[in-house]
Ligand binder design. Sequence first.
Ligand code: ASP
Length: 336
Amino acid sequence: MDNQNKKKIRLVATGGTIASQARSRVSTEGYQASVISVEDLIAELPELNDIVEMSAEQIFLKPSSAITDEDLFHLSARVNELLASDECDGIVITHGTDTMEETAFFLNLTVNSPKPVVITGAMRPAHVISTDGLLNLYNAVCCAASDASHGMGVVISMNDLILSARDAVKFSSFKTDAFQAPLYGVLGTVRNANVTYCYKPLMRHTTTSEFAGAQYGKMPRVDVLYMLQGIDDMLFKAACEAGCKGIVSAGSGNGGVIGAIGKAYRDESEAGKDELPVLIRSTRVATGGVSDAYRMGNPKIIPSHDLNPHKAAILLRFALAKTNDPAEIKRIFEQY
Ligand code: ASP
């Protein structure tokens, strides 16, 4: 392909296992984390130059567990800046897999362009036998260069699959097919540079998101409480004392809030406390979501529908940065 017809794809590298060096060819653990620079990473894939006009930058180099709100807003601003230019047709972000779904969902809410944004990573470090990093990167670039990725929102491309940022979940802590979309399924596949989509996300994202382009200095505090048999109200009270504006319950089954916490919330509510945090009912169950039940006549108790607790926490922080009106927050949880 001559250079004129090639798509201009920008790789924005953040670190993660894809940028990590194995201790030996057969060791997938205890590797040197996030040490391979973006230049060294793409130098290993000269084949990219056959299909796209590739450029790259290192925005940060850290494990994904170390990524902060500040990093995310910085990344989102940079992605929006790049996509606003005619010099960029699409973006690939390399990222640690541990919190990849959070960054992906964050960007799905804040990217202000229909151009492709594809996030990828690796479950196995570089130079170990059967590493998945280079093929994942190659596939992600194919995906970002495909016209079919236009308007799909932010996607994750791992293990030959394309998943919506909204639905993707890390489902295995070690297998290369770690990412799944258990309730709604994957959007498409990438095989031998062929990108095929079968489905399109309909919930609001990127250009239809009311948070597109948002930059908040400080996000409201939201805490996630994991429901366990016999749990007491200590963590709930601590979260309230820490000034949290919202709580996401990683509830049992259909979003069940365990007795002591439900009672503490009800007591505070009956005492008419204005500062009572919004309570989003999510579930610790891997798939299925929660229904709009058990609101106990309290408008501040809102279902996450099928967003898992960590994605519900991100959406709740954006919602609370905009409004304290429970009806508005409920509307936001119905639309994203
Ligand atoms: N610890 C790595 C991370 O940065 C794990 C990975 O990339 O798979 O998330």
